[in-house]
Write a protein that binds this ligand. Structure first.
Ligand code: CP3
Length: 342
């Protein structure tokens, strides 16, 4: 069994397995080179050969334990008809949802066909890697993807999305239902295609107003996990809910082979004494610490290694690697986690 699967299923490794969220991306010169060869970011996500190569890039350079599919949480709205453009320094921009006709059309789209390229990339990557390395598939959560669809891009305050939620607008209800169905189908297809593990990114869960978190975070996630479980009872599912670790006990209740991704705002003792009591944990080095490097990185890495030694734990950042991060710092981090950098 790969070290990551072992940890995610409650086992213990002599040193923790590691991968980094957004490990394939702009901090790597070899990524930037390939990125330049295509016009739009989505063109790269749907280019089988190039995206397969980009997925494998971080493992060619570093001794990571897993490859994560190179794609984006926004491929789902993109193929459902809400075309996405990622604009430099601004982020994603999505086409407007033009009323009921959008949903009528979206429901008829055969998702596994529309997403056959990411699925094929997972297959290619699983074929290319030795059995000691894991392949991670992923999706955004319904709410996190819905924020982009309703706001037509990235938002700071999520006023539009929250307004739809609080008024239970037909647009909101339909968007959430469409997404829940699509995400479940896509995640199951990813496991069928070769993913050993899947991660659900709920990066904006915290924007759901407190009284609504049960209906629009906990319940949809539990339904998704339940649906995946009917086809794949043992595939580990990592739930990464940024800023909502207080919901974790309700999310995992009664499920097995769930692991919890923890963001950098959660203190290590809370992660260890509260969250790890529920399930194996993953995280939570601050991406800024990796950017900074040096003594602070050594100290924080050492704190995590000490806290989780001899427990089911996957080393990771608390959020995605920052594009300005020096490649050398990542190399040092890997050495530290492997125990060679002391
Ligand atoms: O982890 C990996 O290496 C796999 C690839 C991956 C990307 N995005 C590539 C990407 C994954 C897992 C994601 C997830 C994702 N995408 C999330 C959830 C995780 C998180 O960071 O909170 C979210 C919210 C998105 C939405 C998204 N995609 C935004 C807001 C942006 C623009 C902002 C930015 O960082 O540039 C993207 C674009 C994006 N996704 C890039 C990459 C490498 C940069 C675009 C480029 O290279 O041109």
């Amino acid at each position: 069994m790969t070290p990551i699967l072992n940890a995610l299923q409650g086992g213990i490794n002599s040193s923790p397995p590691l991968w980094l969220m957004r490990q394939a991306g702009r901090y790597l010169p070899e990524y930037r080179e390939i990125r330049q060869s295509v016009t739009g970011f989505m063109d790269l996500c749907f280019h089988e050969e190039l995206a397969t190569e980009v997925t494998l890039q971080p493992l060619q350079r570093f001794d990571f334990d897993a490859a994560i599919l190179f794609s984006d949480i926004l491929v789902i709205p993109h193929v459902l008809g809400q075309t996405v453009h990622i604009i430099e320094k601004q982020g994603p921009v999505l086409k407007e949802i033009e009323g009921q006709s959008f949903f009528d059309r979206a429901k008829g789209i055969p998702l596994e066909e529309a997403l056959s390229v990411p699925l094929k990339i997972l297959y290619n990557v699983r074929q290319a890697l030795p059995s000691t390395k894991a392949v991670i598939g992923f999706s955004g959560s319904p709410w996190t993807i819905a924020t982009y669809m309703l706001e037509q891009g990235k938002s700071k305050e999520f006023q539009i999305a929250k307004n739809h939620l609080e008024t239970r607008s037909p647009l909101f209800i339909q968007t959430m239902a469409l997404l829940e169905e699509a995400i479940g189908t896509f995640l199951i297809a990813q496991i069928n295609a070769g993913a050993d593990v899947i991660q659900i990114f709920d990066s904006w869960a915290k924007a759901v107003p407190l009284p609504h978190r049960n209906d629009w975070v906990v319940s949809p996630i539990r339904r998704l996990i339940g649906r995946i479980r009917t086809c794949h009872p043992n595939t580990p599912i990592i739930y990464y809910g940024r800023g909502v670790s207080d919901l974790y006990s309700r999310i995992v209740e009664g499920f097995s082979n769930i692991a919890l991704g923890v963001d950098e705002d959660v203190p290590v003792p809370v992660m260890k004494n509260q969250i790890q009591k529920l399930a194996p944990v993953q995280g939570n080095l601050n991406p800024r610490t990796l950017l900074e490097g040096g003594e602070r990185m050594k100290r924080d890495v050492s704190d995590l290694l000490q806290a989780f030694q001899g427990t089911p734990y996957v080393f990771n950042l608390g959020h995605g690697i920052l594009p300005q991060t020096p490649v050398d710092h990542v190399a040092q981090l890997v050495d530290l986690v492997r125990g060679e950098g002391r």
